[in-house]
Design a protein around this ligand. Structure first.
Ligand code: PEP
Ligand code: MG
Length: 575
């Protein structure tokens, strides 16, 4: 038994045989065809092209409607490539003049096209290589009359260097029970698709395709980010039991959708969803979200070469508001920089990027980008119940400057008689200065959303992605609890709405503490909503209030956490 470590990106466990996909632009065998077969070979090639074109068009439409326009456009690139007349002409020429078989002739022509994009290793070359491989794969499958590679009639786990967009678009979740790739991150295309299709997945597994053999038995652990090779019978048994448990829990969660989110003594607590892609709005509804508490718009700007224009942004944002009907949607303006890197913006190297030109600071420094996004948001706002959220606010001056920009956009949209809505403007409380001065920020803004991911990072001076110092990442540290208390109390006193959207929103002990402070809006990853609802339904508001008052008196993270934990488990006098 050997374990390959990777990054878990889609939960669940798969036990089964692997199929190893090795993507390489390797020439297929050359066969010389007799003169009498030439026209037939050309016909076969043209037929394969037509079928591939039809299939790409179908895939583009289905991906556009299920995953979004941005992903659908990948297939428009494939279509352009496939219809390139040079490709067609050169393949026909090779078949006719050199009497080459269609597969070889087409591959040779693709290689010639690829060479126009530079040399191996160069960024553009490698990117185009992926598209070309994708198109080649499709045409080849028709030339060989073998149908699509993904149509398995038995369950398999795919092990690949990475999956191309057509490969992921054609995955059948009933057959493909797990995905492991050598490269990738949480925001990579494969990860997003696996999550959307709810297939357990692990990415960034290194030399995976070298280590695994076709049909080898593995356990893919999408919780812990592991691929276990040749597992023992007892590991297989335990893994299968975990998966059954996970599926059972998931099923019961969907049943929770119709159950009210309120404490035992009747205080209603709104549970909303954090989303990054417009298509996730449907997942949010599936899990019973009462709205979108955080729409991270930066994902529209990531993994691409250009900056999205106003129309593209408008359509994405509008899609979310429309999907949520009249439910609230809190849309956050561009929060890039720090660990969220966007390649097409030229950014100077910084010594401390997490404390550098990021989020609202970047937007205020690039007013054109900011204005375009605000125009798109205000226009999309006309279709529903939307609010604007500003990230990384640390001074009042940033709020005022942003409001001036928003006023300018409002004037311009009115002048141009465009349909739009003037939206409430709130701020993320994620920098200690904002949490400490919540009283003055509450006078200048319409709502707060507490971002504990960054608030903990900046208060504890702990890089949130550095595992070596993760022991300092302490949500229940007295300093954090005090900042949370001050923020919630000041918002309630000023009569403005306050919610939490950091990951801590789904820690049961934190739910107890915050409900006790009077917080009634929590936003989190959609799949966490049913679990948090169960916690909410298990507590009494009055008891939570007493527990919150006591929790802030503890001197350390550990003692405060244990106290709240015991209250939740009914092991404390408070309960
Ligand atoms: C946060 O900082 O808590 C937050 C929700 O924002 P992000 O994780 O996107 O920085
Ligand atoms: Mg943040």
């Amino acid at each position: 038994m050997r374990t390959i470590e990777g990054i878990p990106v889609s939960p669940g466990i798969a036990v089964g045989k692997v199929t190893v996909w090795k993507n390489d632009l390797i020439l297929p065998p050359l066969r010389r065809i007799p003169a009498s077969r030439v026209e037939k070979e050309i016909e076969k090639f043209s037929g394969a092209l037509q079928r591939a074109e039809k299939k790409i068009l179908e895939t583009r439409d289905s991906v556009t409607s299920t995953v979004g326009k941005k992903y659908g456009e990948i297939f428009s690139v494939h279509l352009l490539l496939l219809k390139d007349h040079r490709l067609h002409e050169s393949t026909v020429k090779y078949i006719r003049k050199e009497r080459m078989n269609a597969k070889y002739a087409f591959h040779l022509s693709l290689q010639n096209v690829l060479n126009l994009f530079g040399r191996p290793g160069e960024e553009l070359f490698e990117e185009r290589k992926r598209d070309i491989l994708d198109v080649a794969d499709r045409v080849f499958s028709y030339l060989a009359n073998s149908g699509e590679k993904t149509s398995y009639d038995y369950e398999v786990i795919i092990a690949a260097h990475d999956l191309s967009p057509s490969q992921t678009a054609n995955l059948d979740p009933r057959r493909i029970i797990g995905i492991a790739t050598e490269i990738g991150s949480e925001t990579s295309h494969t990860a997003i698709m696996a999550k959307a299709l709810e297939i357990p997945a692990v990415v960034g597994c290194g030399e995976l395709t070298e280590l695994l053999k076709e049909e080898q038995t593995v356990v893919l652990d999408g919780f812990g980010g592991k691929v276990i090779m040749d597992p023992t019978p007892s590991v297989i048994k335990k893994s299968k039991a975990r998966q059954t448990e996970f599926l059972k829990k998931k099923k019961s969660f969907f049943l929770m959708k119709r159950v009210a989110s309120q404490t035992k003594d009747g205080v209603s607590i709104s549970l909303l969803a954090n989303i990054a892609l417009p298509e996730e709005a449907n997942t949010a509804l599936k899990y019973g979200a009462q709205g979108v508490g955080l729409y991270r718009t930066e994902y529209l700007f990531m993994n691409r070469e250009d900056v999205p224009g106003e129309e593209e942004q408008y359509h994405s944002y509008q899609k979310v508001v429309q999907a949520m009907k009249k439910k609230p949607v809190i849309i956050r303006t561009l929060d890039i920089g720090g660990d969220k890197f966007v390649s097409h913006f030229e950014k100077p190297r910084e010594l401390n990027p997490l404390m550098g030109l990021r989020a609202v600071r970047f937007c205020l420094g690039n007013p054109e980008i900011f204005r375009t996004q605000i125009r798109a948001i205000l226009r999309a706002g006309a279709a529903g119940n939307m609010k604007i959220l500003l990230p990384m606010i640390s001074t009042l001056d940033e709020v005022w400057r942003t409001k001036e920009i928003i006023s300018g956009v409002v004037k311009d949209l009115s002048k141009k008689k465009k349909s739009f809505s003037e939206l409430p403007v709130g701020i993320m409380i994620e920098v200690p200065s904002a949490a400490l001065l919540a009283e003055s920020f509450a006078k200048e803004t319409d709502f707060f959303s507490i971002g504990t991911n960054d608030l903990i990072q900046y208060t504890m001076a702990v890089d949130r992605v550095n595992e070596k110092i993760s022991y300092l990442y302490q949500p229940f540290h007295p300093a954090i609890l005090l900042l949370l208390k001050n923020t919630v109390e000041q918002a309630l006193q000023a009569g403005i709405e306050v919610s939490i959207c950091g990951e801590s929103a789904s820690i049961p002990e934190m739910v107890l503490f915050l409900v006790g402070l009077g917080l009634t809006r929590f936003s989190m990853t959609s799949s966490m909503i049913p679990e948090v609802k169960q916690i909410v339904r298990s507590i009494f508001f009055e008891k939570a209030r007493a527990a919150a008052q006591e929790a802030i008196t503890f001197p350390t993270h550990g003692t405060a956490f244990r106290f709240l934990h015991n209250v939740l488990k009914g092991k404390h006098a408070n309960t």
